[in-house]
Design a protein around this ligand. Sequence first.
Ligand code: SF4
Ligand code: SF4
Length: 370
Amino acid sequence: MKSVVLPKTNQSGYYEMRLESIGGLGANLCGKMLGELGIRYLGLNSASFSSYGSEKTGTPVKGYIRYCDAEKEIRVHSPIVEPHLLCIFHEALLQDRSVLNGCCSETTVVLNTEKTAQEIVDNYFSGEKGRVQAAGVCTIPAQRIAMESHARVNVVMLGAVVAACGFGSLDAVQQICKDTLGKKYPESLEANLEGIQRGYQELQKMEFEADSSHEEIEQRDKKESQWGYETAPIGGINPHLGSSVISDLSASRQGYIPIFRPEKCINCALCDSTCPDMVFQFEKGIYKDREMMVNKGLDYYHCKGCLRCVDVCPTGALVRGIEAECEHKEHFLPNKDLLRKPDYYEKSGADGYITSESYLTLERVEGGEV
Ligand code: SF4
Ligand code: SF4
C-alpha cells in the first residue's frame, strides 16, 4: 500500500488530533475509526485512545489520535496537548475555554455548529472572550446532517475530520465505516455512509490570521481553567459545593428538548421526580383555587434532553420539541435556588452555581447567619 504523506508533524515526528466531546456523541468510536483508517488504508502507523469520566451521557470525553510514518514506532502514549487538528463535537463545549487549550498556529479546528466559520472566528477566536491562535477554522452542521441522513453525529464528524486534515480520501473513510459498522449495524450502514459523505463534502473552511498577541491570553486561559500541581486545592478536593449543578448540560442534548405547555399541566410533579438534573422549577402558587407548588418552567441549562419527563407526563403538558426550532426557549426559568454569577450565566451558560442547601451549610459552618 502506498503511504500518504503527512502534511506536518511535531518535533517527535507525529501528526496529532484531539477530539473534544461529551458522552453519547460517539467520539470514542470516531477516534478508533480514525486510528484504524491510518493503519489499514493510509499506510501510516497510528494509535488512538480516549479518556472519559463516569460514562454517563453528557460527561466530557476526549479522544486522542497519533499518526506517523509506517516504519516509525509510536512510543508516546500521553494525552495530546498541542494538536494539529482539534475536533469539537458540539459548539456548547466552547463555553468552557479549556477545550481550546493547546491551539497554536499549527492547529486546524473543526467544529460542529450551524454557524459559519467567520461567525465562529468572531465569537470565539478574536472576539471579546480573547484571541486564540489557529491555522484555520472549519465548521460543519453535523447535528442537522445526522438528523437529515439518519446517521450518527460521530460519522458526520469523521467525514469532516478527514476532509479537514487533508490526507485521507472519502473512499478510504467510507471503507473503514463499512469495516467497523457494516457487520454490526448493517441496517444503518447506508445512512452512515451518506453522513460521512456529507460531512466530507459540506465542510466549510476558513484560513485564520495568526495573531501575535494570543500567547498572553492563552496563558491566562490556561491558568484560569486548569488545575495543576500549583493550583489544585489541598487534598485534591473539589471545592465547588453542589458541583453537579454547576454543570451546563446543554451540550448533552442531541437535538431534542422538552417543551412545556402550562395550560395542560396539573402540577402532579411526576416530571420533577423523574428528571435527574433539577430542571423543573416549582414555586408556591395557586392551582384550581388552592395554594400549592406549581410548575413554573424549566432551567434548560441542566437539561440533557433525555425526554424522560415527556414520557411520564400524564397530560401532554410536556412534549418533544426540536431544539433548533426553539431559539428562544419559552418557559425557560433559571433556578432561583442556585447562587450564580449573573452575567456569566446569561452569556455562557451555567457556572459558579451552588445549591441553596449547600450554600446554607457553608454559611453555618463559617458562622454566618442563615
Ligand atoms: S408531569 Fe406533566 S402534568 Fe405533571 S407537573 Fe410535570 S408537566 Fe405538569
Ligand atoms: S429531558 Fe426532561 S427529564 Fe431529561 S433532563 Fe431534560 S427536563 Fe430532565
